[in-house]
Design a protein around this ligand. Sequence first.
Ligand code: HEC
Ligand code: HEC
Length: 197
Amino acid sequence: MRTHVLLLAAGMALTIPPVLAEDRARLAQLCATCHGPHGRSESPMYPRLDGQTPEYLQAQLKAFREQGRAEADARTHMWGIASRLDDATIQALAAYYARQAPTPGAAGAPELMDKGQAIFEKGIPGGGVPACASCHGAQAQGAGAFPRLAGQHQAYLLRQIEVFKNRSRGNSPVMSTVAHDLSYDDARAVAAYLQSR
Ligand code: HEC
Ligand code: HEC
C-alpha cells in the first residue's frame, strides 16, 4: 500500500488516503482481468459482481482483507489484492459493481429447473432446508447482507455451497446450516435454476 505524505510548510505531516482516484481506476482494471468488464465474468471460476448488493460486496471485500473468508480459492485469488484496499476504496468498488445492470445467466439443464425452483421457493419441507427465497428475495435479487444469486454461475454457486458445508469459507453460520442439509443433487438443481434467472 502506498502512503503519500505531504510535508506542509509548518512542518506538520498530512497523510493522504493511500489509494488515490487514479489508482482506483487501475484497480478496477485489475479486477476486470478476472471478474470481467463491469463484473460480468464469463468464466465460472470467477463470480459475477454486476448488480450485487453493495452491503454484501463490502462485507466480502473486508472479509478477504481480514482473512475471515478463507476457502482455498479466496486465499489464492482474493487475499493478496484485498490487503491493498482501504475502506473508502472498498466502498467505491462496491458502489460501482452494485450500479451495473445485472445480466441474465445461461440456461441450465431443463430437467433440473422444476426441482431447483421448488427448493428455491419452498425449501425441502421435512428435510431441514428453508426456502432460499425467504432470505435471498423472491427473484433471488438479494437485499443488504443477503447476496443476489440470480444469474450467478452455477459452478461458482455449487462451490460456495460446498465451502459453506465444510465450513472452510468461515464465519457464515446461517449458510453452513442451510448447506449442511442440502444433498449434492439438490444443490446442483437449485444452482442450475439460479444461474438461469
Ligand atoms: C486473479 C483473479 C482475481 C482478481 C484480480 C480479483 N478477483 Fe475477486 N475473486 C476471484 C475469485 C476466484 C473469487 C471466488 C473465490 C471462491 O471461489 O471462493 C473472487 C471473489 C470475489 C468476491 C466475492 C463475490 C461473491 O459473490 O461472494 C468479490 C466481492 C470480489 N472477488 C471482488 C473483487 C474486486 C473488487 C477485485 C479488484 C480489486 C477483485 N475481486 C480482483 C478472483 C479474482
Ligand atoms: C436465513 C437466511 C438464508 C437462507 C434461508 C438462505 N441463505 Fe444463502 N446466504 C445467506 C447469507 C446471510 C449469505 C451471506 C453469507 C456470508 O456473508 O458469508 C448467503 C450466501 C449464499 C451464497 C453465497 C453467494 C456468493 O455470492 O458467494 C449462496 C450460493 C447461497 N447463499 C445459497 C443459498 C441457497 C441455495 C439457499 C436455499 C437452499 C439459501 N442460500 C438459503 C442467508 C440465507
